[in-house]
Design a protein around this ligand. Structure first.
Ligand SMILES: Nc1nc2c(ncn2[C@@H]2O[C@H](COP(=O)(O)OP(=O)(O)OP(=O)(O)O)[C@@H](O)[C@H]2O)c(=O)[nH]1
Ligand SMILES: [Mg+2]
Length: 418
């Protein structure tokens, strides 16, 4: 334990609906999150119960046993994997004289620690305030004053005294600020519209930033930490066919990513929504890789980006022990490719697949649209990228790049290719 880390106890509950193995897996991930936030896990408790206790989530006996233990070991932080109701958290804090936080708060804490840019900081603060607003009555000020540290960083300490009205007005200000930032971003994205756009998506720590570095030789921050990247970074790359494209690296996903975070990271995540092809990076060496895939697909659905063409990129091939996994994964999640970003294995294969996807899913058309059908022009601007436009006597001549699936509806306006 280093001098600055805060000792913490982790708690998970196996209910009738769950497998113990899954809960263990989730607690391992919670431990990683806790360490990323700066805690040292000193004890992990798993309790089996048919339902959570309405007042204390875990059973009364366990609460009492842990009270004694926390006191004996001078530990003042307990982290639950499940969401606690405000009253459950309050009851436990009173009995244990310790801070009690859940996975959501821990994730918010990490985001607060990692936010660097004005945009990320604004987004995180908004998410934190929205999380805290319904919990304002929870009297934990005395606890945060006493112990500080995890769960109290960010708006907690200094803003807890503000009344709800001030909270709401701060939320409104932040939303306005984000609106401005999002407009600026939209402008930037418009300027880049002529390029084919790839976004790296995936579970946190899958290796997205490492891969972005390898593909673009960019100095993107990669670290063995959860949520190392909170901002979207876009780089230009050139595919083997010579086609230029843009590649964006963005924030990772995780099980139970707080909805308030997804909402407030809207402008960062818009990059994903507006890209042409997604590269879904998966750590194939992780025993729970299939659950990770589902979490990412669910999050993409929430963002409205699940209909995009996806190339699954199985990463960390170099540390995959069970070789049996690979043929199944490649087939089941096709189109897919396996690589190692750190060892540079099969990066050419990946680039070729990207080229192939680009050809399959994007098409460039030369069109002529009469002025009498101006609405079509609007549609084209919405669905595709206008590469060239010249307004002529009879109508508008355009060169557009479109998703292949959209091409048929504009067939009527095709110009003969000469
Ligand atoms: N063994 C091995 N490790 C890798 C490979 N690719 C990435 N890593 C490691 O995995 C860790 C996470 O990598 P990142 O690139 O930061 O992952 P990320 O997906 O960007 O993570 P977030 O930004 O936190 O969502 C780092 O320690 C990398 O060195 C690989 O091919 N093999
Ligand atoms: Mg990253």
């Amino acid at each position: 334990m280093n001098a600055t880390s805060e000792p913490a106890v982790l708690v998970g509950v196996v209910t009738a609906k769950q497998q113990r193995r899954d809960v263990e897996e989730h607690l391992q991930e919670l431990a990683l999150l806790a360490e990323t936030a700066g805690a040292t896990v000193v004890r992990t408790i798993i309790q089996t119960r048919t339902h959570p206790d309405p007042a204390t989530f875990i059973g009364k006996g366990k609460v009492e046993e842990l009270r004694q233990w926390l006191q004996d070991h001078q530990v003042h932080l307990v982290i639950f994997d499940d969401d606690l109701s405000p009253s459950q958290a309050r009851n436990l804090e009173q009995q244990w004289e310790a801070k009690v936080i859940d996975r959501t708060q821990l994730i918010l804490q990490i985001f607060a620690q990692h936010a660097r840019t004005r945009e990320a900081r604004t987004q995180v603060e908004l998410a934190q305030l929205e999380y805290l607003l319904p919990r304002l009555t929870r009297m934990w000020t005395h606890l945060s004053k006493q112990y500080g540290g995890i769960g109290t960083k960010g708006p907690g300490e200094k803003q807890i005294e503000m009344d709800r009205r001030l909270f709401r007005s701060r939320i409104a200000t932040l939303k306005r600020k984000l609106q401005q930032i999002s407009q600026q971003r939209q402008q930037q994205r418009k300027r880049r519209q002529q390029f084919l756009r790839f976004s790296l998506v995936g579970y946190t720590n899958a290796g997205k930033s490492t891969l972005a570095n390898v593909l673009a030789n960019a100095g993107v921050y990669a670290a063995d930490k959860l949520f190392a990247t909170l901002d979207t970074i876009t780089r230009k790359i050139v595919l083997p066919s010579g086609k230029p494209a843009l590649l964006s690296d963005t924030v990772g996903f995780i099980r139970k990513l707080p909805p308030s975070l997804i909402a407030s990271f809207h402008s960062t995540l818009a990059e994903i929504v507006e890209s042409d092809i997604l590269l879904h990076v998966v750590d194939i060496s992780h025993p729970a890789y299939e659950e990770h895939i589902q979490v990412v697909l669910d999050t993409l659905r929430q963002l409205g980006a699940d209909q995009k063409p996806i190339l699954t990129v199985f990463n960390k091939l170099d540390v995959l022990e069970d070789r049996q996994v690979l043929p199944y994964a490649l087939q089941h999640y096709a189109p897919a490719v396996a690589v190692s970003a750190t060892r540079g294995i099969n990066i050419t294969g990946l680039l070729e697949k990207m080229d192939e996807m680009a050809t399959r899913h994007q098409i460039v058309l030369k069109l002529h649209v009469p002025y009498s059908e101006a609405a079509v022009i609007g549609q084209l601007y919405e669905t595709g990228s206008i590469l060239q436009r010249s307004d002529e006597e009879q109508g508008i001549r355009l060169v557009v790049r479109l998703p292949a699936t959209q091409a048929a509806q504009f067939q009527h306006y095709l110009l003969p290719t000469s």
